[in-house]
Design a protein around this ligand. Sequence first.
Ligand SMILES: [Zn+2]
Length: 291
Amino acid sequence: MASLQLSPAPSPRGRRQKLPTTKLERYVLDDTDMSQHYSINDLKLLTSHKKTAVYKGSLKLPDQEDAVSVVVKTDFFAESPRPSVFEHEADMYEVYLWGLQDKSIPHCYGLFQYDGEDGRVSSFLVLGDCGTPIEDPRNFTDSYKSKVIDAVYFIHFAGFTHGDLSYHNILNKDGCPFIIDFETAKPHVCEMKEKVFIGEERKELGCTEMMRCAALVRAWADLDVKLEGVYTFLRMDLRRGNMDYLLSRLTHCNSDPTVYRPYVEQLVEQVEARREHYRNIPREERLIVPE
Ligand SMILES: [Zn+2]
């Protein structure tokens, strides 16, 4: 049975409740003999909420000289520990999404459990440190947006939805996104058939969570297009055959809105050119081909 030992560390509860420093047993996923002992030092409290606290520390592995930077997620301080939720999350990392570790989800060093005196089982999930949550998607490059979409799609392709996709659950490490927090992951058959091209007009993807992901990273072209200093049109209205309608929107600016015709036409041409660019992407490049 593998075990983990934590060094003394700051507690969100102060002196009232301290992290256990006795050996914690590993939640065993299969019959493999794992008679190894891990220890984590230099624990620093990163965040503490009602349900979980998150620490950062240095993991010493029995077969490796250098320590590894890790994050420890625990419900030790929660009013009601949730062992089955942590076991589900560990199963996601170590069984169902195992092939995505170090690719689009963090490396998982295991779930370790602490049997408290009152029968409470607290959990300590140890994951590779994959950086900090992404923040403002307006600063992302198109290629980074695509990487986030791919990372989430890999999970769908593996047969699961994340279930709680948000900026907090997407980490960035050296320009690579990593998805975390699989407490609410569920089996899923993804209906997404076409790739998302950054900057194209919003299209239906056939999968609610992938639509959410595309919106989170601002993958689509803006819905509004400004005729500078005059009016803001809806992008979907800017079409070659729609000139009369577009000019009719400008009657409040000038009693003769046709004075704007050349500018509106120019705007329509720009939008139509972009539309054509995305439309011309060959079908074989658009379709998702399962690997
Ligand atoms: Zn899906």
